[in-house]
Design a protein around this ligand. Structure first.
Ligand SMILES: Nc1ncnc2c1ncn2[C@@H]1O[C@H](COP(=O)(O)OP(=O)(O)OP(=O)(O)O)[C@@H](O)[C@H]1O
Ligand SMILES: [Mg+2]
Length: 273
């Protein structure tokens, strides 16, 4: 077990990322895809991460949660609950993932198991991490279904993923991430595959999670409009680097970087006023 030297002193601070770098071994040589990245996520707030495809958004958070592909590795610090998630034992990192840290992916079909009923998928994670009985886990499932505003609990609990709409499946993914009362939820393009109305409903749920449950949220999106509506702070990434980092309103109203200005020129004028 390796504990970090730095205790997180600020009570509101949930995770501190310091000089994080991610590399991949490729047939062409070493590829450096995340470069000296620094940022914090605070409790009860949303950090938006925006940037073009390939800018390093996903790999930054894969490195923190131990999800990098086999040819990748990370260096630096991700200080969370007195551990550096980059250098700690795999076992410790695994114990955080799904429990204290939830990860929500763009396409819920790749994360949900097709042949398992929704109720069993919700229960499974709590039985594994919290060592509770199935009936206790199903009770918790009913609570989290309420949080993600899913109606008609029993019908959904007994259904299979293919029987649900895209928006319902994404609500189930959020519900699964809530089963073990996480401190941090990382959502990677969670609304990209959804129509605009469903997207707005899911973003409202994220706002409830940070405001009512004090969860720290990371919302990764290539859509700066989504970030403008949901995040308190924002990172703008390009080529593996953070170009701008700060309060969302400040960054969006007074962008310093030309790339941020370019991204903003793509937002419809009625958003972010
Ligand atoms: N296993 C791998 N081997 C080599 N390079 C990789 C590997 N996985 C990702 N990369 C590279 O890392 C870089 C950053 O990728 P990343 O997935 O973080 O992009 P992203 O900002 O999330 O983009 P998108 O918006 O398309 O999801 C890209 O250039 C990508 O090609
Ligand atoms: Mg990505």
């Amino acid at each position: 077990m390796q504990s970090t030297q730095k205790n997180i002193k600020n009570n509101n601070l949930l995770i501190n990322i310091n000089k994080l770098n991610v590399f991949f071994n490729t047939p062409e040589g070493l590829s450096h895809v995340v470069k000296d990245v620094n940022f914090n996520v605070k409790k009860g707030t949303c950090l938006g991460v925006v940037g073009e495809s390939g800018s390093g958004k996903t790999q930054t958070f894969f490195s923190i949660t131990g999800l990098l592909a086999k040819n990748g590795y990370a260096e630096g610090e991700a200080n969370f609950k007195n551990y550096n998630l980059i250098t700690c034992d795999d076992e410790i990192r695994r114990s955080f993932l799904g429990k204290s840290i939830g990860f929500i992916f763009q396409d819920p079909m790749t994360s949900l198991t097709p042949h398992l009923k929704i109720g069993d998928q919700l229960a499974e994670i709590a039985i594994y991490h919290k060592k509770i009985t199935k009936s206790q886990a199903l009770q918790r499932a009913a609570e989290v279904m309420d949080v993600v505003k899913l109606p008609n609990n029993r019908d959904i609990i007994n259904s299979y993923p293919h029987e649900l709409s895209g928006g319902m499946k994404q609500r189930i993914m959020i519900a699964i991430s809530l089963m073990c009362e996480p401190d941090l939820i990382i959502a990677d393009e969670p609304t990209t595959a959804l129509d605009v109305t469903t997207q707005a409903e899911i973003l409202n749920i994220f706002n409830d999670l940070k405001n009512n449950l004090n969860i720290g949220l990371v919302l990764i999106s290539h859509n700066i409009g989504v970030i403008a509506e949901t995040s308190n702070d924002v990172l703008v990434m390009k080529n593996g680097q953070i170009l701008e980092n700060g309060n969302t309103h400040e960054v969006l109203t007074k962008p310093k970087n030309d790339y941020t200005k370019h991204l903003l020129s793509c937002i419809p004028p009625w958003i972010g006023n």
